[in-house]
Design a binder for this molecule. Structure first.
Ligand SMILES: [Zn+2]
Length: 243
């Protein structure tokens, strides 16, 4: 059940302690994919898992802006600072918990959100009446994680499976021509770059010409299965604060 589609009276009758909170980003995804890619991907995986999971799961409205200042030089990219983001996410989880949906998996679509989500969920577990963990979908796709890139084959494939109309397939050759083959500007183990313009001309990392709807279907299934297993593991944890 999606909170925004229901009435409060219908939500009052739900009998579950499980919530999913999709979190994305509004940021450039090259010349071929929309700025909402990370949000769309998080949403579709949350939606799919809620449909396939054995019990009912509440799906919260998506958070569309995250920590994405690294893409600030590409038009349309929006961002918030880490402390604002953490406080906002914590408030949403607390309000979900106040209604009884106190076991929350944050379904994340953006790499830049990961450190903040790890930090805020640890705070929530320790100090709030909720148990919350982050789930970043592209870390749950087995061997494919290593070819993630940015607006590369992985994200483009998922879009081709779930929102094919949003991908400008006639621009894939140009997208590949301006792409970088890795995220960052590395000296040994240290990334010297701060902004993505320092290592990619058009915002793309990886070759989106390798994308396909078939791969997208495989990724969707893999991430959904992992998320359902996570819901099984999460639901029995104690939601009481640990202080
Ligand atoms: Zn992305």
């Amino acid at each position: 059940m999606h909170i925004e589609d229901e009435t409060w009276t219908d939500l009052e009758t739900t009998d579950t302690n499980l919530g999913l909170l999709p979190i994305g980003s509004t940021e450039q995804h090259g010349p071929h994919a929309p700025l909402g890619t990370d949000t769309f991907d998080a949403e579709v995986i949350a939606q799919n898992a809620a449909e396939e999971y054995s019990d009912s799961v509440i799906v919260a409205p998506s958070v569309p802006v995250g920590i994405a200042e690294e893409h600030r030089e590409f038009t349309g990219t929006l961002w918030t600072d880490e402390m604002t983001f953490r406080q906002y996410v914590r408030d949403i989880v607390r309000s979900l918990a106040s209604h009884g949906w106190d076991h929350v998996v944050i379904v994340n679509g953006h790499g830049g959100n990961i450190p903040a989500l790890e930090a805020v969920t640890a705070q929530i577990i320790r100090h709030d009446n909720a148990y919350a963990v982050p789930f970043t979908w592209f870390e749950a796709i087995g061997e494919h994680t290593s070819s993630m890139g940015h607006a590369g084959p992985i994200e483009t494939s998922l879009l081709e499976r779930t929102r094919p109309e949003s991908v400008h397939t006639d621009r894939l050759t140009d997208a590949a021509a301006g792409a970088s083959d890795r995220w960052g500007d590395w000296q040994g183990s240290v990334n010297l770059a701060v902004d993505s313009t320092e290592f990619t001309e058009n915002g793309v990392v990886g070759d989106p010409r390798e994308a396909s709807a078939e791969l997208g279907a495989e990724l969707l299934t893999a991430a959904t299965d992992e998320l359902c297993s996570l819901l099984d593991a999460v639901r029995s944890h104690d939601a009481a604060p640990r202080e």
